[in-house]
Design a protein. Structure first.
Length: 158
C-alpha cells in the first residue's frame, strides 16, 4: 500500500505454495477473500497459472479455504509457514505448480514518522525484530511461558 503520507516497511519474506488433500480434487481452486483482490499475491499466483475464474471458489477466510482443501474439495494457495503444521501432520500436501513456490512479502504500512503515534512506531519497530519474526513464522507454537505477559485488569469496588 502506498499513498501520500504513508510509509510501507517489509517485515517478513515468505513463500506462497499450493496445498491440497493427499487424495483430493485438483480441478478447483479454493481461496480466501484475498483471492478477490487483483493486487494480492493469491491473485498474482492464479494469473501466473492462468486459472479460469470458473474454477475458483471464494471462502470467508484462508483458513476455511485450507480446511476445504484438506477435506479434498480442491487446491488452495497458502503461505508456506502458516500451513507447516498441517503439512507435517499430513492433513495437506504441497502441490507442485509451474509458479510455486512464489516469493511474497508482508509489509506494515503506517503514517510517515512525523504523523505517526509513538505506539505505532514502537509496534513497527517490534515487527522487524527476531522475536516478532519467530511469532509470525510459527503462529501455532505460541511463545515461551517466560516471555508471556498476560493483560492486567484492575477493578475498583466502592
Amino acid at each position: 500500500m502506498s499513498g501520500e503520507g504513508l510509509v510501507s516497511r517489509p517485515v517478513l519474506r515468505c513463500r506462497l505454495i499450493v496445498v491440497g488433500s493427499p487424495r483430493g480434487r485438483r480441478d478447483q481452486w479454493l481461496v480466501g477473500l484475498s483471492g478477490t483482490d487483483p493486487l494480492s499475491d493469491t491473485s498474482r499466483l492464479l494469473r501466473l497459472l492462468r486459472v479460469p475464474e470458473s474454477q475458483v471458489r471464494v471462502f470467508a477466510n484462508q483458513t476455511a479455504a485450507w480446511k476445504a482443501a484438506a477435506e479434498g474439495s480442491g487446491m488452495a494457495p497458502a503461505t508456506a509457514h502458516l500451513v507447516a503444521s498441517q503439512l507435517r501432520r499430513g492433513e495437506l500436501v504441497a502441490v507442485e505448480t509451474a509458479a510455486t513456490p512464489l516469493a511474497a512479502y508482508w509489509y506494515a504500512t503506517t503514517l510517515e514518522p512525523p504523523n505517526r503515534s509513538v505506539a505505532a512506531g514502537t509496534f513497527l519497530d517490534f515487527l522487524t525484530t527476531p522475536a516478532a519474526t519467530q511469532i509470525m513464522r510459527t503462529p501455532d507454537d505460541g511463545i515461551p511461558r517466560s516471555r508471556f505477559r498476560p493483560p492486567i485488569h484492575v477493578s475498583i469496588w466502592s
